[in-house]
Design a protein around this ligand. Structure first.
Ligand code: ADP
Ligand code: MG
Length: 478
């Protein structure tokens, strides 16, 4: 047991996957030429007026509902003032006094232990542009394409106690926002990033220690490392009796250390006040209901249903429930097949291992879902043996879907042949071709049966029914 507890609270920024910006019609763009999505509003020309993007509000509510937050019926935007070259208004539109979602929680699992992390609130705001320091020797460059991108900021209570828990929290949140179609949450692109507030205290103490805030971590792994490093750094200070005040830190990913950026500003520095250009908003009960009905069933609900109603094992249920497209695919195939366990085993063992993607859609499947159903139907009918189908038919279907699964099996010559005339012919031939083995078998080497079956399966190109072969051989070798 450590003599100290680590305490972590997160502020997570999530870029929404809306078509347009938070307060104007400029398109969201990642990687486009600089300053090509910058109307007068993005540039903050005098006299322009922002307009609320209804989809931002809807997505904020979707996330709030998924996390069990209270949706604040009356909420509004505030201005947060600061000067920065990539923020031309010199204030950010955000929510301070009345955020859209309050409370809620996320369950995480670390080392087999479940833990609930409480959410303080979620508010809507807008992203800044980008200042680029490394493409010119003399000047810093400003790209305002990102300025005004809709963001949600999710603030947790200080409920996490290790880098591992921070990692698990970010992973769970990432999975969820993708599931409910709120964000692509691609941390490498900056679509999701987090500030980690870290403090330490004597083990078991009820008073929180002074904290430092590590800004803008854009990977789950870096967040985990930065928190672990920072906790150790603070413990060393405390042990030496050195006090420190609230600081803003940067994580140096090369040296793997936290470094001081600036003293943390107090809230009063920002001069928050309600934005007079944007009217307060009201979420009516009818609107809330409309959004509720448009939400997919959440992963943990789907997983339970797959286990309890479809009889799937937990691992299969979890892997399928992890993505709404996989759930839809499972349902589509199972509607044809009515054999939940085989469909799930097929998806988990044969389809998913061959797909490398963070999100799923039909375009990345190895073959059409209807063909998958035909393939499984053929297996179920017993017209092909599972191992041969797996080796030969499945790759053939993935490569070319111009024939039905059964036609393709026929073309490959692997449809099981129960025609005794055809089989007897092969059995007779194999016995005639291997007089030595026949002698040994009759002399007592009964395990040669496997050799004969193998020969016959090969000669029939896998199309012989193994059971029928065994019977015919036993007769012939008596
Ligand atoms: P600020 O307004 O300075 O950003 P907040 O009260 O909004 O501060 O808290 C920001 C984040 O810091 C929250 O996620 C909260 O859980 C976390 N936090 C607050 N106090 C501590 C502490 N002593 N140790 C670790 N995290 C903390
Ligand atoms: Mg804050």
């Amino acid at each position: 047991m450590s003599k100290y507890d680590t305490v972590v609270g997160l502020e997570v920024h999530i870029q929404l996957n809306t078509k347009t910006k938070a307060f104007c019609g400029d398109a969201l763009s990642f990687g486009d030429s600089p300053n090509t999505h910058v109307s007068a509003i993005s540039l903050a020309h005098p006299g322009t007026l922002p307009v609320v993007n209804k989809v931002q509000v809807e997505k904020a509510i979707r996330l709030g509902l998924a996390l069990g937050c209270r949706i604040n019926e009356y909420h509004f935007f505030d201005r947060k003032h600061y000067f920065y070259p990539d923020s031309p208004k010199n204030y950010q539109i955000t929510q301070d006094n009345e955020p859209i979602c309050i409370g809620g929680s996320i369950d995480i699992q670390v080392n087999g232990q479940k833990k609930t992390v409480r959410i303080h609130h979620i508010h809507m705001e807008e992203d800044a542009g980008k200042t680029i320091h490394d493409i010119d020797d003399h000047y810093s460059m400003v790209d305002l394409n990102r300025a005004g991108t809709p963001l949600l900021e999710l603030v947790t209570e200080p409920d996490m106690s290790s880098g591992e828990e921070v990692y698990a929290f970010m992973a769970e949140l990432q999975r969820l926002v993708r599931y409910i179609d709120v964000s692509d949450a691609d941390m490498e692109k900056g679509s999701m990033r987090c500030d980690c507030n870290v403090s330490v205290k004597p083990a078991g103490s009820l008073t929180l220690g002074e904290r430092c805030e590590i800004k803008n971590l854009n990977s789950k792994r870096f967040a985990r490392e930065a928190v672990e490093y920072e906790a150790q750094r603070q413990i060393k200070l405390v042990e030496q009796g050195i006090t420190f005040s609230k600081q803003t830190l940067h994580y140096n990913v090369v040296e793997k250390i936290t470094q001081s950026l600036r003293e943390k500003e107090g809230a009063e520095d920002y001069r928050y006040f309600p934005d007079p250009d944007l009217a307060p908003m009201r979420v009516t009960p009818a609107y809330l209901e409309e959004i509720k009905t448009s939400m997919p069933d959440l992963p943990w609900v789907v997983k339970e249903r797959l286990i309890n109603e479809h009889g799937l094992v937990e691992d299969h249920a979890e892997q399928i429930a992890a993505d709404p497209y996989l759930v839809a695919l499972y349902q589509e195939i199972n509607n044809d097949l009515k054999d939940p366990k085989s469909v799930a085993a097929f998806m988990v063992n044969q389809v998913l291992p061959n797909i490398e993607a963070e999100t799923y859609s039909e375009s990345i499947l190895p073959c059409h879902p209807a063909m998958m159903a035909e393939y499984l139907q053929l297996l179920k009918s017993g017209k092909v043996t599972a191992s041969i189908a797996n080796q030969k038919l499945w790759p053939a279907l993935c490569a070319d879907q111009s024939q039905s699964a059964e036609e393709r099996a026929a073309t490959l010559g692997i449809l099981i042949n129960n025609d005794t005339g055809f089989l007897e012919e092969i059995v007779t031939k194999v016995i005639a071709d291997n007089p030595d083995q026949v002698k040994k078998y009759k002399g007592g080497k009964k395990n040669l049966m496997g050799f004969f079956v193998g020969q016959i399966m090969r000669q029939s190109k896998g199309s012989a029914d193994p059971q029928a072969v065994q019977q015919l051989l036993a007769e012939a070798l008596k």
